[in-house]
Design a protein. Sequence first.
Length: 143
Amino acid sequence: MIHLTDDMRDNVNGARASGNPCIVATASPDGTPNAGFIGTLLAYDDASLAYRDRSGRRPLDHIETDPKVVIMFRDSGQEVGWKFRCTATVHRDGPIYDEVMGRLAESGMPPPDIEVAIVVLRIDQVLTLFGEVLQERVPNLTW
């Protein structure tokens, strides 16, 4: 079972303000890796994360073809960090899009000046940065 702790929620939700943006990693259908910093990541619910993607088509193409995504968070000053293995869905409009955009606006995020998408990440595993499994959606999940 996945349940984000208060520490995880607080750190992820405050990643941009603390200067510790998260890193998202994906792979294309041919296995080409892609990674980037995410400053808009937030805890969507107790078992999911969400972020605003403004990078264009390529990373979203990766996600829509292979929805397995890894999110990494680390704050070296606090000596905390996690690796979240997730399954992603992309929302370009609709109620989930509107909800996440509203939550980002409430947090002080300026409105985007380009077309964006919302990516919701259902967390499948939470690991330490050294790969130790802390939580799993399904026991003995293989990735």
